[in-house]
Design a protein around this ligand. Sequence first.
Ligand code: PGA
Length: 233
Amino acid sequence: MSKKIIIGNWKLNPITVDEAKTLASKVKHGSQHTVVLCPPTAFLSSVRYPNLGAQDAFWINKGPHTGETSPLQLKSLGISYCIVGHSERRTLGETNEMIREKILAVLNAKMTPVLCVGFGTTMEEDDLEVIDVLRTQLTECLRDVPTGRVIVAYEPVWAISSGNPYATKKMATPEHAEKIAIFIKTKFNIPKVLYGGSITSVNSKEFLDQEHLDGLLVGGASLLPDDFNIIIA
Ligand code: PGA
């Protein structure tokens, strides 16, 4: 299997910095894949792991923007990846235009943006309808964006378990994810496409075995070190 990218999105977990440090210390280094941990912003400067990512960033680097975190600040902490446009942020009102600005700011800070798409899809839709939703998201989020360093994560929103490691929703099949990855790569010139949504230590290999899927975005299972170590092994 070629080298893939596996990103653990801890979302708003855990509660304390000590728990965060312990969790990171239990995740193996030296996997055959590139493994990136995305703890909450509050813990980014305390957690030690070879590759760290942020879960979001603002599109302006400095100034009167209370509560925001800028790409240049993240870069100064040694962060190299940044998730952008996660469905849980889109639910709060983030638009494709805001996400586009964030991607540009992340690229300008010399970090790798991980653009999440799939919000707005439903379980009942066929592949063509899903592609319609994705086409709009990708066209708007990537307008005038140089795509050579952009990673896209396809996360059908109905397959995401909202960070609960024990909940597994109906997931997408690896074949469906592969078809969508080929669409994203060929139509939008994206070099790497990941799949995310209810990935577990049991189903991860089937997705990693797909030639056109370049890795995984893992939520709930990334909070369970034993499971996550199986996924990245
Ligand atoms: P899940 O979350 O693995 O818990 O479904 C994935 C994500 O939201 O990134």
